[in-house]
Write a protein that binds this ligand. Structure first.
Ligand SMILES: Cc1cc2nc3c(=O)[nH]c(=O)nc-3n(C[C@H](O)[C@H](O)[C@H](O)COP(=O)(O)O)c2cc1C
Length: 188
């Protein structure tokens, strides 16, 4: 059975991004592992944590600090749901990316210094919603996740589902969300 890793970087209890992600998950077959970043409390990669990680990498990956990278590397499909915050996404997700971008688990370097992906996943699906009309030029959260996926993790296919303009005065929020769900329906 396909292993689907759902990285839930939504913060608000009434999250519209999470609503889109749940809609998508309802259409996929597989065993879903949900990682709620707001509950995980992954420590930031500070000086002490980095020192420990550097002392263990390429030799002993049994420490619990590597569990997120191992889980990510083993998944068949990755789904990331993250609201659009400050042109990107919540810091919780950046902390997660730092926790999983580990040499020897999710990628390695070629002798020439190029990253080579070690992840099993064939696709990464990114869902996001924004308050303003931003995505034509500034879909920076997705663009960043896509670059990590393709350049570091070796995940060839990435796709983004999004809804924008949700916080504009007078916005027809149900219609905007329905349109995004219809887009998902047309792909799955
Ligand atoms: C901390 C914070 C930062 C935000 N930054 C932006 C932003 O840079 N651009 C924008 O268009 N909307 C921004 N918004 C609005 C959210 O993108 C919008 O409300 C989104 O739909 C929230 O997703 P959610 O319903 O899943 O929580 C921000 C909201 C918060 C709480």
């Amino acid at each position: 059975m396909e292993k689907i890793l759902f990285v839930n970087a939504c913060v608000r209890s009434e999250s519209r991004t999470l609503e889109l992600a749940k809609h998508l998950l309802g259409k996929l077959d597989g065993e879903v592992q949900e990682l709620i970043l707001d509950s995980e409390k992954i420590p930031a990669l500070d000086g002490e944590t980095l020192k420990k990680r550097d002392s263990l990498k390429n030799s002993d990956y049994s420490d619990p600090m590597f569990k997120y990278a191992k889980q990510f590397a083993a998944a068949d499909t990755i789904i990331i749901a993250a609201p659009y915050w400050d042109l990107m996404f919540p810091a919780l997700l950046k902390i997660y990316f730092e926790a999983i971008t580990v040499t020897g688990i999710t990628f390695k370097y070629s002798p020439e210094g190029q990253p080579i992906g070690l992840c099993k996943a064939k696709r990464l699906i990114y869902l996001t919603t924004a308050g303003g009309p931003v995505f034509d030029e500034l879909n920076l959260g997705y663009d960043y996740a896509k670059k990590l996926a393709t350049l570091f993790y070796g995940i060839p296919e990435t796709v983004c589902f999004k809804a924008e303009g949700l916080d504009i005065y007078g916005a027809d929020i149900p219609a905007i969300i329905t349109e995004a769900k219809n887009k998902i329906d047309s792909c799955f």
